[in-house]
Design a protein around this ligand. Structure first.
Ligand SMILES: *[C@@H]1O[C@H](CO)[C@@H](O)[C@H](O)[C@H]1NC(C)=O
Ligand SMILES: *[C@@H]1O[C@H](CO)[C@@H](O)[C@H](O)[C@H]1NC(C)=O
Ligand SMILES: *[C@@H]1O[C@H](CO)[C@@H](O)[C@H](O)[C@H]1NC(C)=O
Ligand SMILES: *[C@@H]1O[C@H](CO)[C@@H](O)[C@H](O)[C@H]1NC(C)=O
Ligand SMILES: *[C@@H]1O[C@H](CO)[C@@H](O)[C@H](O)[C@H]1NC(C)=O
Ligand SMILES: *[C@@H]1O[C@H](CO)[C@@H](O)[C@H](O)[C@H]1NC(C)=O
Ligand SMILES: *[C@@H]1O[C@H](CO)[C@@H](O)[C@H](O)[C@H]1NC(C)=O
Ligand SMILES: *[C@@H]1O[C@H](CO)[C@@H](O)[C@H](O)[C@H]1NC(C)=O
Ligand SMILES: *[C@@H]1O[C@H](CO)[C@@H](O)[C@H](O)[C@H]1NC(C)=O
Ligand SMILES: *[C@@H]1O[C@H](CO)[C@@H](O)[C@H](O)[C@H]1NC(C)=O
Ligand SMILES: CC(=O)N[C@H]1CO[C@H](CO)[C@@H](O)[C@@H]1O
Length: 651
């Protein structure tokens, strides 16, 4: 069994067209259940190189110069958000692909994955990851799995109309997560299987026992509004039925002494397809379960690729659809159906989280999902969610056969240590982490005043104006659509100079050579999780007499403008290990712990080498598979001095 791929088919249609629902059909299987041919590296969607034509410039052009008049502090800013963490954006990893991405088991972790998480921790202080998806509902704890794996997928039962196979996992899955959290500050969401009400609570019991405070919450139901359509419940299954099942689960947890924390449930995680959120609120869900709920959640994708993937529904043409992603209306339209719900959650004192999202369900869209344009889209969508009082959002990670992964481990037969692939939207997560930082006091307001192609935001941190985010969705190599934003500060003055980090690529269409402040993670199959290249932070002098800083942004492009040096931050939960990774035969790599512990991006400290095989240290990377069957990471806690040995296995 090569790549057991399962996708969330939370198919929702943004137009008023009737919503058609297709089952949770694993990729690489046809809808009749027979396994398709094994995907080859050539065909795998995660490596697709489709380049679309950039949208033509809008007929009515907004001015290329505009002014943002911003308050110096947060005292009287209309529509300013709640306090946001740098970990606002996190990841949702489909259960069936955990062993591809995180590691084979607790003693074989994926170093590139750790590096990718460490990049975010450096900026945000931590990373939030959900392990779940459609597959969580059928998960079963088993004693052991062949080859020492911590997770496997049972053969799909052809009599099961939805073809949802059971995910088998061992206790080692929790140890793997705990070991990851001991290296980088990853905190986890898990899901309680919800396929029937004979509650299998092993995930809650062992999750709490083994992960402790690294477990944030337990999802109760995944897109229950699709349960009837997917054949997991009777056709008449209603929001009230979901409410009653949730009650039954709460009771089962209350009666279970092996689940000490009874109040970390997460729901309702609607796809908001068949059920509008209000239908669930009408059951009195929030007040009834307020005590039991850790967070209120939704799951939604703006588009779908179900026709190409499963030959059902209407074909979504990527070229025609691309422009819809490349303006601010996309984010605004995506959050609008949830504004009332985010307000309800805030009133109830609960985080409101977009628990699973990405460009398009059924695997994403070729040419869109992994383009620079998608990264600008995800960045704008994320900031719009934050400005609308969402408390977080998780970008979904599927397998080798989806277009939209933020990161993809190499196909197993071509594995080597530095052969990962990063999708463009990983940069969006990195940049949002940097925009909000580590203090948990960032507040954001949408200041867009120059049309839908050049949205902008102001970010306050610890009460003071701290950053400005500027987008240019236009694609115009002539330079004629480059913009210049003039930042003025009302009730204060602009600083003598500002520092600017640019997110850049040659066009909205490209998938390669993306840079953030001059650095890149590398192109397809070239990623080991480290940013490479010289850090390029642009200093722009301001005109204090005129109270103006003029910041240019290319078409296309994005700028994060730092008006203050970010508050000095020491991430209290950052990695506190003197980490020495070495292979038996090749190279010795060390991490300067201060690099991980002391960082917010602006300091210019270069990302160091956490368990990596940098090109300088390994001479012939084409031979990595042969040379590096495994890499060991020696961990020494600076505080405890205890040693632990973890083997990092290169796939
Ligand atoms: C990996 O497997 C695929 C499918 O079996 C095959 O097409 C490809 O050539 C293999 N790659 C390597 C490097 O062996
Ligand atoms: C605040 O948001 C509301 C709703 O989106 C909008 O109508 C109003 O104009 C905004 N206020 C300001 C000052 O931007
Ligand atoms: C729920 O999933 C479990 C584990 O896969 C399975 O044993 C059980 O039969 C399923 N229940 C239903 C109603 O399908
Ligand atoms: C992980 O897998 C390796 C290789 O199969 C095996 O040697 C090791 O014992 C496994 N570790 C655990 C904790 O199961
Ligand atoms: C977000 O919450 C803040 C604080 O309650 C409120 O002032 C603001 O209007 C809210 N924004 C939106 C878009 O609802
Ligand atoms: C920010 O919030 C996280 C999660 O609650 C917490 O672990 C961290 O200590 C907080 N950071 C600060 C600086 O308060
Ligand atoms: C302003 O920022 C401070 C510090 O982060 C925060 O405590 C306060 O609630 C904020 N005030 C408003 C009106 O948002
Ligand atoms: C900018 O806003 C301040 C209040 O925050 C106001 O006093 C000032 O007149 C505004 N300036 C411009 C140019 O709009
Ligand atoms: C990426 O950069 C390389 C090296 O500078 C260059 O050869 C290549 O043409 C660039 N590709 C794109 C799509 O810009
Ligand atoms: C790297 O590979 C090339 C081509 O196979 C070979 O000529 C060279 O000697 C190798 N270098 C090392 C250091 O092994
Ligand atoms: C810190 C931590 O959770 N370490 C665990 C790593 O995984 C092994 C099992 O392989 C556990 O024994 C450790 O406790």
């Amino acid at each position: 069994m090569l790549f057991p791929l399962l996708l969330s088919l939370s198919l929702t249609v943004t137009s008023c067209a009737a919503v058609t629902v297709y089952g949770q059909i694993p990729l690489a299987q046809t809808s009749t259940g027979s396994a398709g041919p094994e995907p080859t590296a050539v065909l795998l969607h995660a490596y697709d190189e489709t380049i679309l034509i950039p949208p033509t410039l809008p007929a009515e052009r907004a001015p290329t110069k505009f002014t943002l008049n911003l308050s110096a502090n947060n005292a009287s800013v209309d529509n300013l958000s709640i306090l946001q963490p740098g970990s606002f954006y996190g990841f949702s990893i489909e259960m069936s692909v955990i062993t591809q991405v995180l590691g084979k088991n607790s003693s074989h972790l994926q170093v590139p994955f750790l590096n990718l998480m460490a990049n975010i921790q450096q900026r945000a202080g931590g990373v939030r990851i959900r392990l779940g998806g459609n597959t969580q509902d059928f998960a079963v704890l088993v004693d052991s799995i062949a080859n020492g794996h911590s997770l496997d997928k049972q053969k799909s039962d052809n009599n099961n109309p939805t073809l949802t196979p059971a995910v088998l996992y061992t206790l080692d899955l929790f140890h793997m997560a705990a070991n990851i959290s001991s290296l980088v500050n990853v905190r986890w969401y898990l899901g309680i299987p919800f396929n029937d009400t004979n509650w299998r609570l092993d995930i809650a019991e062992h999750g709490q026992a083994i992960l402790g405070d690294k477990l944030l919450g337990l999802q109760a139901g995944n897109e229950p509004d699709y349960y009837a359509a997917h054949g997991h419940r009777p056709q008449e299954y209603s929001p009230m039925d979901y409410f009653n099942e949730f009650s039954s689960l709460v009771k089962a947890i209350e009666d279970n002494p092996r689940i000490p924390n009874k109040n970390m449930l997460i729901g309702p995680s609607l796809a908001s397809g068949p059920w509008e959120p209000q239908l669930v609120w009408d059951t009195n869900y929030i007040p009834t379960f307020s005590k039991n709920l850790h967070a209120i959640t939704m799951e939604h994708y703006p588009s779908n690729n179900c026709f190409e993937t499963f030959h059902v529904g209407t074909r979504v043409d990527p070229q025609e659809t691309f422009p819809q992603f490349l303006n601010h209306n996309s984010g605004l339209n995506l959050v609008r159906p949830y504004l009332q719900s985010s307000a309800l959650a805030q009133a109830a004192g609960k985080p409101f989280i977009m628990f699973e999202t990405n460009t398009a369900t059924c695997g994403g869209l070729p040419g869109i999902s992994n383009s620079f344009g998608a990264a600008l889209w995800a960045l704008d969508y994320g900031l719009t969610m934050a400005a609308s009082n969402f408390s977080g959002a998780l970008l979904h990670v599927g397998g080798q056969n989806v277009y939209y992964n933020p990161f993809t481990a190499p196909p197993t037969n071509t594995t080597a240590f530095n052969q990962w692939t990063v999708g463009s939207i990983y940069y969006s997560v990195l940049i949002v982490a940097e925009a909000f930082g580590q203090t948990n006091t960032s507040q954001i307001v949408d200041t867009s005043n120059n049309g839908i192609f050049t949205p902008s935001y102001a970010i306050y941190e610890q009460g003071a104006l701290s950053k400005v985010a500027l987008f240019n969705f236009n694609d115009d190599p002539t330079g004629g659509s480059d913009i210049t934003a003039t930042i003025t500060v009302g009730g204060g003055n602009v600083p003598a100079s500002v520092k600017v980090k640019y997110f850049a690529a040659s066009s909205v269409s490209v998938q390669t050579n993306l840079t953030w402040a001059g650095q890149t993670l590398g192109n397809k199959f070239k990623v080991d999780g480290q940013l490479r290249g010289a850090l390029d932070i642009v200093t722009i002098n301001c005109d204090q007499a005129a109270n103006a800083c003029l910041v240019p942004v290319k078409a296309p492009g994005f700028a994060l403008v730092f008006l203050t040096d970010s508050p000095a931050t020491q991430d209290p939960t950052a990695v506190t290990f003197a980490t020495t990774a070495f292979t038996k035969t090749i190279n010795t790599i060390t991490v300067d712990p201060s690099v991980i512990a002391n960082s917010n991006g602006i300091t210019g400290k270069e990302r160091s080498k956490m368990g990596s095989t940098s090109p300088g240290s390994v001479t012939n990377d084409t031979n990595l598979t042969a040379l590096l069957p495994s890499v060991y990471l020696l961990l020494s806690s600076l505080f405890g001095g205890a040693l632990a040995m973890v083997a990092f296995w290169a796939w």
